[in-house]
Design a protein around this ligand. Structure first.
Ligand code: OFO
Length: 191
């Protein structure tokens, strides 16, 4: 049976072996949790707009994209907790939920992704300044992911611009956009 003193000592030992994140990095990662959560909510609101405006394919795409962003958020939550700090789950503002056209929806999506990319790049820069190479390494996944997401959003926008007001083209676009591969949150966790 262990004495109180032994328990206190082993608690202190465990505490000392926890590698805490540097304060500024922890804050920046928590800020990224907020941004990824906002992305998830924004795409969920876009899914609702599309579903109630007759764009079923687009709504399927947006529901999947919303799940994907939740996966991005969870990955950072787990990373912070595993590094001996505790992730902060933020309060979220209500996302924009009204759009005039499908083009506006995807323009907003691209704008949002560019903002996320800038934030990730800023975060990567901070880890180098702080010589936190573990977090720097962790963030490389996000750097590649953002490149893919921006490219996808740009190619979808190009297609929509080409279609213009052609109703037949719009019908085919909506039918096909759902099949565009968006990694789901579940398969993301398996990575
Ligand atoms: Fe597409 O924003 Fe996440 O990383």
């Amino acid at each position: 049976m262990t004495t109180q003193l032994e328990e206190d000592f082993s608690f202190k030992q465990r505490k000392n072996t926890r590698t805490m994140l540097i304060k500024g990095i922890e804050e920046a990662l928590n800020n990224q949790i907020l941004l990824e959560s906002e992305s998830s909510q924004t795409y969920l609101a876009m899914a609702c707009w599309a579903e109630t405006n007759g764009f079923d394919g687009t709504s399927g795409f947006m529901y999947a994209h919303s799940d994907e962003e939740r996966g991005h958020m969870l990955k950072i939550v787990k990373y912070i907790n595993e590094r001996g700090s505790r992730a902060i789950i933020p309060e979220l503002p209500q996302p924009k939920d009204d759009y005039k056209t499908l083009l506006e929806v995807f323009e907003n999506l691209l704008e949002h992704e560019v903002a996320v990319t800038n934030s990730i790049n800023e975060l990567v820069f901070k880890t180098l300044e702080a010589k936190d190479y573990t977090t720097h390494n962790f963030l490389q996944w996000y750097v590649s992911e953002q490149t893919e997401e921006e490219a996808l959003a740009r190619s979808i926008l190009d297609k929509l611009k080409m279609i213009g007001n052609d109703k037949g083209g719009m019908y085919l676009f909506d039918r096909d956009v759902e099949s565009i591969q968006v990694t789901s949150a579940a398969s993301l966790q398996a990575k």
